[in-house]
Design a protein around this ligand. Structure first.
Ligand SMILES: [Zn+2]
Length: 297
């Protein structure tokens, strides 16, 4: 009876809060925007993207029901620039981790671009990561500069739990000693981390996944959605991945895709960016909504 009452209360509260009762994940863009104004200071000026490697698969893996046509997954990192500094979103990876993803095949790795990502990470004021997979986080875990990077890198408790206990690959496993060097946070739904930048908890693709909302000084807004989908058709069609090697919370990911799809229709000023969608990045660069080189200072 107690349990029954509790669930009635939950339903009533959910209805009041406008939470979709069919889904297990939701977010409120108005609350995210409010959080983006909490930390005083000048907002960022622009977002740069750099591709340092490619994964070549067919599109049917990225979007359920898509044809088996060739599709490039760009491996990327993002730089959010401020007047006097910048924040990185994702940290790149070295060739060893890249080769792990290649499954024995030689996929393109741009050593010069990867070196630029490593330089950008080294020069960043702060480093954020969208999730705990190797192509996003290896750059702050491996290599000679890792110990210097950790104190300016924010990881979530969920990310650290996975990275210390069951990392995607042995190469990115964190020892408890390494983990203790990072800034580790746990937050409920949204976490402002810099002027204009808010983390949005989005467990789904991985337990530690989060989206990064960025409001520029110009008023333009971005949502860096990590790997909620690998291709924006996933948002357009509200269709998840069909990759047998990926183990994700399918319902949570679909909730996120539904939310993003809705935002794409109602919020014309908001640019939703998927980490790996090569076609989308080219389009946004052409429209001057992203710049495809890093500013190294
Ligand atoms: Zn990825």
């Amino acid at each position: 009876m107690k349990r029954f009452l509790a669930s009635i209360c939950f339903l009533a509260l959910s209805a009041l809060a406008g939470v979709a009762q069919t889904g297990s994940w939701s977010a409120d863009i108005a609350e995210v925007r409010r959080a983006a104004n909490l930390i005083p200071g000048a907002k960022p000026s622009r977002i740069n993207v750099l591709k340092f490697a490619e994964s070549r698969r067919t599109k049917n893996f990225s979007v359920q029901g898509a044809p088996e046509t060739p599709s490039v997954q760009a491996r990327t990192a993002f730089q959010v620039t401020y007047p006097d500094s910048y924040v990185m979103v994702d940290a790149g990876m070295d060739q060893t981790v890249h080769d792990f993803f290649g499954r024995g095949t030689k996929e393109p790795y741009d050593a010069a671009a990867a070196a630029d990502v490593a330089k950008a990470v080294a020069g960043a004021r702060m480093i954020l990561v969208t999730h705990e997979h190797g192509d996003h986080v290896a750059g702050v875990i491996r290599g000679p500069q890792a110990a210097q990077l950790a104190p300016k890198t924010i990881l979530t408790r969920a990310m650290v739990d996975i990275l210390t206990t069951k990392p995607q690959m042995p190469e990115i496993r964190l020892t408890p000693e390494q983990a203790s060097r990072f800034i580790v946070v746990d937050y409920e739904r949204y976490l402002p981390v810099a002027p204009g930048i808010v983390l949005i908890k989005s467990a789904g693709h991985t337990p530690g996944s989060q989206m990064v909302f960025v409001a520029l000084a110009s008023g333009r807004e971005y949502l860096l959605i990590g790997d909620a989908t690998w291709h924006m058709d996933g948002v357009r069609q509200v269709k998840g991945k069909a990759a047998p090697w990926v183990t994700e919370d399918v319902n949570a990911v679909l909730d996120q895709l539904r939310w993003l799809n809705q935002l794409s229709k109602t919020d014309a000023n908001l640019v939703i960016v998927a980490s790996h969608d090569e076609e989308q990045h080219a389009d946004l660069v052409q429209k001057k909504l992203l710049t495809n080189r890093f500013e190294l200072r």
